[in-house]
Design a protein around this ligand. Structure first.
Ligand code: GSH
Length: 206
């Protein structure tokens, strides 16, 4: 029997969105449970490691966004065709995490003037070498006209596109100098399951 999945997070895309894309692409039913922020203080102690997201599989909890997304991807054959491809996908996901490190400081900055300066430095400078790296990596496979690894999408494509979508929200011209990445972004958005999810998902700022 198919396992029963419940994905627990806040009412946001954030760290849960790549897992939602894996489930959407795989066509799997699940409960997309969104905790209202005001209920979090009472629920925090019930979450594994006191954090979200976590995934319940037949009632058993699995914490850590990347671990649970990788688990779902493995369950639904979205990690690549062998260990080498799976390692390539892992490396790409780690690279994306590196690229997002400056976002925490932006998120926590209270002073609006400083916040907008940090944002500008992020989109104009800090993220740029990572975009170049992603463009180059994409080009190494199928001339950049397919997906990052192998012949079809892996969860790493979803992690990249979800992250870039967040940054495109800060700067809409972000990918203009990266034609392969830009086309890849559209290609992933058009995938069956992903397209329908994006059309129906709750509209949240993050
Ligand atoms: N490394 C963890 C980080 C989880 C995390 O920082 N979660 C935040 C929301 S994005 C959270 O639970 N914040 C509330 C809290 O820590 O009380 C993951 O990737 O799942």
């Amino acid at each position: 029997m198919a396992p029963k999945y419940k994905l627990v997070y806040f009412d946001a895309r954030g760290r849960a969105e790549p897992a939602r894309w894996v489930l959407a692409y795989a066509g799997v039913d699940y409960e997309d449970h969104r905790i209202p922020k005001d209920q979090w203080p009472t629920l925090k102690s019930t979450a594994p490691f006191g954090q979200v997201p976590y995934l319940e599989v037949d009632g058993k909890p699995l914490p850590q966004s990347l671990s649970l997304t990788r688990y779902l991807a493995r369950q639904h054959k979205l990690v690549g065709k062998d260990d080498w491809e799976a390692a390539q996908a892992d490396a790409l996901v780690d690279y994306v995490q590196d690229s997002l490190k400056p976002l925490m400081a932006i998120f926590h900055e209270q002073d609006e003037g400083k916040k907008s300066k940090l944002k500008e430095a992020f989109v104009k400078e800090q993220i740029q070498p990572y975009l170049q790296g992603l463009e180059r990596k994409l080009q190494e496979n199928n001339n950049g006209d397919g997906f990052f690894i192998g012949s079809g999408p892996t969860w790493a494509d979803f992690v990249v596109v979800v992250a870039l979508d967040g940054i495109l929200g800060m700067e809409s011209t972000l990918l203009d100098k990266f034609p392969k990445l830009k086309a890849h972004n559209q290609r992933v958005h058009e995938l069956k399951g992903i397209k329908e999810w994006i059309a129906k998902r709750p509209n949240t700022p993050m």
